[in-house]
Write a protein that binds this ligand. Structure first.
Ligand code: HEC
Ligand code: HEC
Ligand code: HEC
Ligand code: HEC
Length: 137
């Protein structure tokens, strides 16, 4: 197993229950809360709760997910299927030769957007260490 391993805890049971109640076709795991945790020897901060569903409702998939070739995002949205390991940030940013390591990838994407959004005056997300890395997850 990869030493820098990101743990995803997806509430499958909740998804199934919500699906039954709403009568919609089985909503995929990608709509649920994700716990991001690089773990491994560099684990200095508590894991981060990421409400994927909230963010999916606000932005396009390709605002966050990418496969970059010659500076262009060439990712096919159809590849964004639950459980596809190639979608994970660590698939590329944990590589030893990555220009942007995994921690920077998360921080730049998460905090970068929160800062940009705040500047527009719209409601935005946390920028302080302790408001993302909350002990006790
Ligand atoms: C605000 C950023 C953001 C947006 C918008 C977003 N995602 Fe994600 N998504 C993430 C992050 C971060 C992860 C966790 C990646 C990891 O664990 O490496 C993730 C994980 C996933 C996964 C893998 C989870 C699993 O079940 O295996 C899928 C599939 C996915 N997203 C699909 C989508 C689709 C489809 C959309 C658009 C409807 C979307 N995402 C929109 C940030 C985003
Ligand atoms: C298929 C490989 C791949 C995946 C998966 C991937 N990236 Fe990237 N990402 C790249 C490449 C290539 C670049 C361009 C810079 C470089 O060469 O490292 C990049 C650039 C970035 C940048 C800097 C440019 C920008 O858009 O602001 C950030 C931040 C980033 N990625 C975050 C993420 C996050 C967060 C995830 C998971 C949701 C992710 N990446 C998934 C390959 C990937
Ligand atoms: C493309 C822009 C964008 C990206 C990327 C993004 N966010 Fe957000 N985030 C937002 C906005 C906008 C809100 C405020 C939503 C609202 O209050 O209506 C928010 C709200 C939040 C909140 C507070 C709401 C809640 O769920 O408790 C948290 C925590 C959060 N984001 C974490 C993250 C993390 C972690 C990442 C990276 C994995 C991330 N965000 C990436 C735009 C973004
Ligand atoms: C918008 C949310 C967000 C904010 C704000 C944020 N981080 Fe993170 N950080 C993440 C995510 C997501 C990861 C990857 C998941 C993990 O392992 O925690 C991460 C990873 C890390 C890691 C590497 C993994 C670990 O657990 O040791 C460190 C260290 C870290 N952050 C420190 C900080 C510090 C210091 C600050 C304040 C300057 C900060 N973070 C602010 C979201 C955030």
């Amino acid at each position: 197993m990869n030493r820098i391993c990101t743990r995803i805890l997806v509430c499958l049971a909740l998804a199934a229950a919500a699906t039954l109640l709403s009568g919609l076709p089985f909503a995929s795991a990608q709509e649920e809360a994700i716990v991001l945790d690089m773990g491994g020897p560099s684990d200095q901060r508590p894991a981060v709760a990421f409400d994927h569903g909230l963010h999916m409702g606000l932005f396009e998939c390709l605002d966050c997910h990418h496969q970059i070739e010659d500076g262009v995002n060439v990712l096919d949205e159809d590849d964004l299927t639950p459980g596809n390991p190639d979608v994970r940030c660590l698939a590329c940013h944990a590589a030893a030769d990555a220009d942007i390591d995994l921690q920077k990838a998360y921080h730049r994407q998460c905090m970068g957007c929160h800062i940009d959004t705040r500047k527009t005056g719209e409601p935005s997300g946390p920028e302080l260490c302790g408001s993302c890395h909350i002990p006790g997850l």
